[in-house]
Design a protein around this ligand. Structure first.
Ligand code: ASP
Length: 330
């Protein structure tokens, strides 16, 4: 299989979904879609990123995102290096910016960064020469998660516009929710958030979503249900009375699911807490749960993002060349 050609994506970094146009999102999804088949073949290696260096710099733990960025880079032929805080000089007191500048001096082409503070990845992107991809910053954004969620829905439903999607649970602390709200509303989806008032940001309705405090009401007529983990690591104080009570009112079980469309997709970005936000039987229901498919789409989406940032689409390269000729002569 030949490597799919790139898409026009005239940005240096991928820091957030907010501000991306529907055309940019569709371009990334189309490119990712073309990689799904490749990833199912025995021979997966491409040379699109041969000679490029990708450094994954994770200040916060990760299973899916880090592994899939590593696989994505390797499948496209890049040299990929993983750095985690545990084994780095950050443990000796080096700051994030000093660490980034050190890595910058080694001329990477792309840094994939996860950090526990909202805004930290953007700050880092202003200091380095390489492209930067946000792999999750605090409770701000997780752009590649929203893209992989959208690809999963689009492949299952054949479209995005006109669907209704519910995002349920700890919206307040969730970068997944924020990125998804921006992406899904941009693509013409009706988005609902369902949570106890303590787990919803103030003025969330200003993002163009419907707000529900009752699962059964909020799930009515939904095409997809995104469950969120209770992010206790970001909680200071008590946000729910007890786990048992939380599951009773906001955990997805068979009874609440019955309010959604009969073929509504069950989604979760992982890691899941079974019996807290989702019933274990539903999580594994092969007819309804697309949680593993989300993970599969994650590799394809990350391949597309790396390629779009590092390999300009031919028409974009031609435009740049034309502009250069006009400005500086042939
Ligand atoms: N894995 C997702 C994230 O990094 C969701 C979660 O941790 O609950 O934001």
């Amino acid at each position: 299989m030949n490597a799919p050609t790139s898409v026009p994506f005239a940005r240096r970094h991928l820091l957030r979904i907010e501000g991306l146009s529907a055309a940019e999102i569709n371009g990334l999804l189309d490119l990712a879609d073309s990689y799904v088949e490749l990833n199912r073949q025995v021979e997966k290696k491409q040379s699109v990123l041969r000679g490029r260096t990708q450094i994954n710099l994770f200040f916060e733990s990760s299973t899916r995102t880090r592994t899939s960025f590593e696989l994505a880079g390797k499948r496209l032929g890049a040299d990929v290096i993983n750095m985690s805080v545990e084994g780095s000089s950050i443990k000796k007191g080096e700051t994030m910016i000093d660490t980034a500048m050190t890595l910058n001096a080694m001329h990477p082409d792309v840094l994939v960064v996860r950090h526990h503070d909202s805004g930290a990845v953007e700050l880092l992107s202003q200091k380095v020469d390489s492209a930067v991809i946000n792999a999750g910053d605090g409770s701000h954004e997780h752009p590649t998660q929203a893209l992989l969620d959208a690809l999963t829905i689009r492949r299952r439903r054949g479209k995005l516009a006109g669907l209704t999607v519910a995002i349920c649970g700890d919206v307040l602390h969730s970068r997944v929710a924020r990125s998804n709200i921006h992406l899904l509303t941009t693509m013409g989806i009706e988005v609902r958030v369902i949570a106890p008032p303590t787990l919803l940001p103030r003025f969330i309705d200003r993002l163009g979503v419907g707000v529900f405090y009752d699962m059964k009401k909020g799930l009515q007529g939904c095409d997809a249900i995104m469950m969120l983990r209770l992010q206790t690591e970001r909680m200071h104080g008590a946000f729910v009375p007890s786990i048992r009570e939380y599951f009773r009112f906001y955990g997805l079980d068979k009874e609440k699911l019955a309010s959604a469309k009969p073929d509504a997709l069950i989604m979760h970005p992982g890691p899941m807490n079974r019996g807290v936000e989702i019933d274990t039987v539903l999580a594994d229901d092969i007819d309804r749960s697309v949680i593993r498919e989300q993970v599969e789409m994650g590799v394809a989406v990350r391949m597309a993002c790396l390629q779009a940032l590092l390999v300009p689409a031919p028409n974009r390269a031609a435009k740049v060349e034309r502009l250069r000729t006009v400005l500086f002569g042939p």
